[in-house]
Design a protein around this ligand. Structure first.
Ligand SMILES: NC(=O)c1ccc[n+]([C@@H]2O[C@H](COP(=O)([O-])OP(=O)(O)OC[C@H]3O[C@@H](n4cnc5c(N)ncnc54)[C@H](OP(=O)(O)O)[C@@H]3O)[C@@H](O)[C@H]2O)c1
Length: 266
């Protein structure tokens, strides 16, 4: 029950890993602030959170808009008076080869959602997190640590997140604020169906073998435990753990593992 009465700002809370995080944190009695664009879905998640024993405030937020992120933090403090935890989970992926991209604005948008959105929320929350010696969680991806074909723009955005939060960790350590970076491998959620295709529109189907990959609930459990323990990093699959070392001695083999994972969809 590390998150009992813990004020948690959670982005990307309307579905997938974020929804699972919200449910599990509510079971611990967390005081949640749920952010995403879809207000209706957020209200449904909030109702479920209250059922499970948490408090929940809904703040419709587009993390690509700096003012929305500032307002998210201001509304959190107005409601609960302080902030203990910020979980930067909102994200968007892609499923297209770079040479097929029809409009480069898609890649710019991926950077705005995954990197700028996390950076804006963190900027406005940081003064409050320093007061509570709180926690920052960044939900990155294995794509933050390795190249993945069909994911150039996504991988770049997650590498940007990784560099940002690795640097910030050092800056805020003396203030007692921890930074936990999560690197999930494939997780079953709607993200892959929503991934941007070559035309910049959602792919519309999920090419992954969903029964062979981690569930959103399992991913959320690992993130919550890791955040509670103020872990530096959460690497969630054996191949990612192995890949870290393999990259030092045989990086070409890591490229092959990534290529096969995309081809097989698991
Ligand atoms: N699923 C995977 O295989 C996987 C693997 C590695 C890392 N991850 C990362 O895990 C995180 C959660 O992904 P997921 O699998 O749960 O994906 P998901 O099911 O597609 O959920 C993404 C969440 O982000 C929100 N979001 C998207 N754009 C937003 C914006 N502009 N402003 C505010 N919120 C926005 C969505 O809500 P609205 O649409 O309502 O705004 C939704 O709540 C992401 O950062 C993702 O990159 C996922």
């Amino acid at each position: 029950m590390d998150f009992k009465k813990n004020v948690v700002v959670l982005t990307g809370a309307s579905t997938g890993i974020g929804e699972a995080l919200a449910h599990q944190l509510a079971e611990q009695g967390a005081w949640l602030v749920l952010a995403a664009r879809n207000a209706e879905k957020l209200e449904a998640v909030a109702a479920e959170c209250r059922e499970r024993g948490g408090r929940a405030l809904v703040v419709p937020t587009d993390v690509t808009i700096e003012d929305d992120c500032r307002e998210l933090i201001e509304r959190t403090v107005a409601e609960y008076g302080h902030i203990d935890t910020l979980i930067n989970n909102a994200g968007l992926s892609m499923w297209m080869k770079f040479e097929d991209v029809e409009d480069l604005a898609s890649l710019e948008y991926l950077m705005r959602v995954n990197y700028f959105g996390s950076m804006y929320c963190t900027y406005y929350a940081l003064p409050y997190l320093k007061i509570t010696r709180g926690r920052i969680v960044a939900v990155a991806s294995v794509a933050a640590r390795a190249g993945i074909p069909t994911r150039t723009g996504y991988s770049a955005a997650k590498h940007a997140m990784d560099g940002f939060f690795e640097s910030l960790r050092i800056e805020v350590a003396d203030a007692g604020v921890s930074v936990t970076i999560a690197y999930p491998d494939f997780v079953a959620s709607g993200m892959h169906t929503r991934s941007l295709g070559a035309d910049g529109k959602p792919l519309g189907h999920n090419p992954l073998q969903v029964d062979k990959i981690m569930t959103s609930e399992e991913c959320a459990r690992i993130i919550i435990k890791g955040a509670a323990e103020r872990k530096r990093q959460l690497i969630m699959s054996n191949r990612a753990r192995f890949g870290q070392w393999l990259k030092l001695i045989a990086p070409g083999m890591v490229d092959n593992i990534a290529k096969k994972a995309i081809e097989k969809g698991k």
